[in-house]
Design a protein around this ligand. Structure first.
Ligand SMILES: CC(C)(COP(=O)(O)OP(=O)(O)OC[C@H]1O[C@@H](n2cnc3c(N)ncnc32)[C@H](O)[C@@H]1OP(=O)(O)O)[C@@H](O)C(=O)NCCC(=O)NCCS
Length: 393
């Protein structure tokens, strides 16, 4: 049933377009938030190259850019940071609810917590413009607190308290690490850079999910919860955790080539390689390589993982002409920073929620319900038979 080309078909007396399975190569709408440049080399955030913003911008500057469409000036940045910090907490009732969650995949905690935020919002369906932006900031600020508490309450029984005097990225990293240690400046900047690089990426699967929910004019909490569900999948946000598991399995850089050869022989995929858009090079890897190199100056684990990445990249390019992607580098970076691997995909969500909320606002502002047409290929013409007769046969 898979199709590779768009074709016109007539059904029910009307003309439809049949598009490739998975919507591959289908443009479904326009956006001014982010997308790949016409040559397919880099992603653009509101006119800026992702590598430029990823290298230089703070979390707050980049989030402001994605949400409002331009980089902030002094006062705007101060006000945005103030709002973001003041929202970085969660109500006691949410903490109490997170005390009851079992040890499970932490992405569940995110979806659960965001829906609870919606339940405590007295007017979640208010779509006025200011309310939408305030709600976006609230969800962006609270999501990391939800993930950190879901994880540490379920595993270790202790609550993680945010420190609103810190900037967002530093406090998020501190909370993700259990709340006790304040990471160093280079560690925080490297982590912040990864959040900025993860912040948005066109109509990827979770953003598309979020836009479908928004298009029904459902509320922002529901759209973000749905997007978290889509990001959880191993074909989307789950790749960074799997890339780390792969590198841990390889163990030493010298063993990387043999590992790649073996996997390719078995037609298995190498995690952290390949991309639907970047066929030669993922520009986000350059920024993260710089951070890993800085860390490698004093951290032997960073040196080892950089050497492993080099070997993997060499082997994959020689054997398959496939470049590495951002997830190979975030996997190594988060490992070097000491982050538990199950929290890698939640970190992706903590960053991508900026894109989701911006896309939500864009979708509801220029809305048309997203409702494609199915092609029914099952049987027809059956007649209902009462159960007594049906089961006699
Ligand atoms: C990201 C990904 C889904 C892109 O998919 P895509 O553009 O549809 O590319 P395809 O899956 O069709 O792959 C095209 C070819 O390259 C191969 N390929 C792609 N990524 C590969 C990988 N990581 N390891 C080994 N082979 C790979 C495919 O097997 C296929 O080979 P074939 O033509 O001999 O059958 C894919 O590269 C992948 O699964 N990568 C691993 C997971 C990952 O790192 N995801 C994070 C993306 S940011």
């Amino acid at each position: 049933m898979s199709t590779t080309l768009c074709e016109k078909v007539v059904r029910e007396g009307r003309e439809f377009v049949r598009v490739p399975k998975g919507l591959a190569n289908v443009i479904i709408d326009q956006t001014t938030i982010s997308g790949v440049d016409p040559e397919g080399k880099e992603t653009i955030y509101r006119g800026y190259l992702i590598s430029d913003i990823g290298k230089h911008a703070s979390f707050e500057e980049a989030a402001y850019l994605i949400l409002y469409g331009e980089l902030p000036c002094d006062e705007e940045l101060k006000e945005f940071s103030r709002k973001l910090n003041s929202e970085r907490w969660i109500p006691t009732k949410l903490i109490d609810a997170l005390k009851t969650v079992p040890i499970t995949h932490p992405m569940y905690y995110g979806a659960f917590g965001v829906l609870l935020l919606g339940m405590y919002d007295p007017n979640p369906d208010d779509m006025s413009r200011d309310t939408l932006y305030d709600r976006a900031i609230k969800i962006i600020a609270k999501l990391p607190v939800i993930f950190a508490n879901g994880w540490y309450l379920s595993r270790h029984g202790h609550e993680i308290k945010p420190d609103q005097s810190l900037r967002h990225a530093g406090d998020v990293l501190r909370m993700i690490l259990g709340g006790g240690i304040m990471p160093g400046d280079i560690e925080i900047r490297a982590f912040e850079s990864s959040l900025v690089l993860y912040m948005d990426h066109g109509f990827n699967a979770s953003t598309f999910t979020n836009r479908v929910i928004a298009s029904t004019l459902s509320d922002m909490y529901s759209a973000v919860a749905g997007a978290i569900g889509a990001l959880k999948g191993p074909l989307h946000g789950g790749a960074n955790q799997r890339a780390l598991e792969m590198m841990l399995e390889i163990g030493e850089p010298e063993k990387a080539r043999a590992y790649v050869e073996e996997k390719l022989k078995k037609k298995e995929k190498i995690m952290g390689f390949g991309h639907r858009v970047y066929k030669v090079h993922d520009p986000r890897t350059d920024v993260l390589r710089e951070w890993l190199s800085k860390l490698a100056e004093y951290n032997p684990e960073a040196r080892k993982f950089l050497a492993m990445i080099d070997e993997l990249e060499k082997a994959m390019w020689e054997l398959k002409k496939i470049p590495s992607n951002v997830d190979l580098y975030t996997a190594a970076l988060y490992h070097v920073l000491g982050i538990p691997k199950d929290l890698y995909t939640p970190i992706f969500a903590i960053a991508r929620v900026v894109g989701w909320t911006a896309h939500y606002i864009e979708q509801v502002t220029h809305n048309k319900i997203i409702r494609p047409k199915e092609e029914y290929v099952g049987p027809t013409g059956f007649k209902y038979i009462p159960i007594e007769e049906r089961c006699k046969r």
